[in-house]
Design a protein around this ligand. Structure first.
Ligand SMILES: [Zn+2]
Length: 408
């Protein structure tokens, strides 16, 4: 899972802001320590770091305030409390690694204490006698681990790897999210192909309102009637008598049928065009007859590799994410439907070679299962995966908006 933590509410940022005072106190302490013994500080405390966390109102960091800019080419922050580092510091790169220059989303409730653990590690590495005589770093580490709710038996205070700790916390949080009976439904599929989650940070072709609605859908908090506290008119669908869940709105309500078809057709066209670009002979929406009186069916995409005498029947299907076994179930379902049509296609296209049927499940909220990715990769068209994701999210948002605000 490549989802980085997003603060659940404003309190995270308040906590971060409060923690800023703590940072400032450490920085001031280190500055003052150098001044305690004027004139001889370099002899008495040769390795004591001089780090200043100073107010830098309205200024961007530049070559003067951050002389090591060339090795840190990330985005410069223009925040009132930007971190400034004096140029002669030996360990400034250590400090710069805190990533203040690459702003990204994180869970500040953890990050304040994780960064404090990092500070403790860094101070201990300096092997400065003043540090160990004036601070109880082990106790500070214990406080941080308590705040992070890490059981003492799981933590070796003398050897804390903050990077791993953060990863474990993320994993725990993700597992908790997946276990939620309503809001965690289908979230497990986000870990199947993590590059597909990039849109959460980059927005990838989505408008601001589409992105906002997509986030709501992923957390399953879109304002459908089954969402607790959202409706005074009961939880039944406003257009039919089913329970109005997000899965019903995106997957089965009659009211969104045309938009649902349009979402599917857009994905089908994307895949078909990509296959044509790879020199496959491609037919879309092909009517076919199943053997042994199985009736008439319609295959979404029939791709022919005439050089190697191979035929493929592909059926992209958008489904609301429910479980990790869903992609293989969809594949099996599609194979049962289309394998009986293979004799018909052999005759129709005069190709006796091997034929394969693939049901490609695509999550209605923009997840792409690993099995779908693997199949797409075998055709060498994986470049279209981000486009499929964007197209699916746009389609689902349109269905949701039409359901919530459209005309009945
Ligand atoms: Zn309905």
């Amino acid at each position: 899972m490549d989802l980085r933590e997003v603060g659940y509410d404003d309190r995270d940022w308040i906590n971060l802001a409060q923690d800023r005072d703590r940072w400032r106190a450490y920085a001031d302490a280190s500055d003052n320590a150098g001044e305690m013994n004027p004139g001889s500080s370099t002899e008495s405390y040769p390795a004591f770091p001089r780090v200043g966390l100073r107010e830098n109102h309205g200024k961007n960091l530049n070559q003067v305030t951050c002389p090591d800019r060339d090795s840190n080419p990330g985005h410069l922050v223009s925040q009132p409390d930007a971190l400034t580092v004096t140029p002669q510091l030996d360990f400034r790169n250590e400090v710069l690694r805190i990533k203040y220059f690459k702003p990204s989303l994180f869970k500040a409730q953890w990050e304040a204490y994780l960064q404090h653990l990092n500070i403790c590690n860094t101070l201990l590495r300096t092997s400065n006698p003043l540090v160990v005589s004036t601070r109880n770093i082990a106790a500070e580490k214990k406080v941080c681990s308590r705040k992070l709710k890490i059981p003492p038996e799981d933590l070796d205070i003398s050897n804390i790897n903050v990077h791993k700790l953060r990863q474990n916390l993320r994993k725990q949080e993700y597992d908790k999210w997946c276990a939620l009976p309503h809001k965690g439904k289908g979230v497990i599929l986000f870990q199947e192909y993590t590059p597909g989650n990039k849109w959460i940070f980059s927005k990838e072709g989505l408008s601001s309102s589409e992105w906002r609605d997509a986030i709501k859908m992923n957390a399953n908090v879109a304002p459908v009637r089954s969402l607790h506290g959202r409706s005074l008119d009961g939880f039944r669908c406003r257009y039919c008598n089913e329970i109005e869940t997000l899965a019903h709105v995106l997957g089965s309500c009659q009211h969104g049928e045309l938009l649902r078809n349009s979402r599917h057709h857009n994905i089908r066209k994307l895949i078909a065009q990509a296959l044509r670009n790879k020199s496959f002979e491609v037919h879309e929406e092909v009517h076919c007859v199943a053997s042994e009186g199985g009736g008439i069916r319609r295959a979404d995409i029939v791709a022919l590799d005439k050089t190697n005498s191979k035929g493929f029947i592909l059926d992209p299907t958008v489904r609301f994410e429910m479980s990790q076994t869903q992609p293989s179930e969809v594949n099996k379902e599609k194979q049962q439907i289309y394998e009986p049509t293979i004799p018909y296609f052999r005759e129709k296209y005069q190709m006796e070679g091997t034929w394969e049927v693939h049901g490609l499940m695509i999550g209605a909220r923009g997840t792409i299962p690993r099995s779908t990715v693997n199949t797409i990769k075998t055709f060498g068209i994986h470049d279209i995966i981000p486009k499929i994701i964007t197209s699916t999210i746009k389609g689902s948002v349109a269905i949701l908006k039409n359901h919530l605000y459209g005309i009945s």
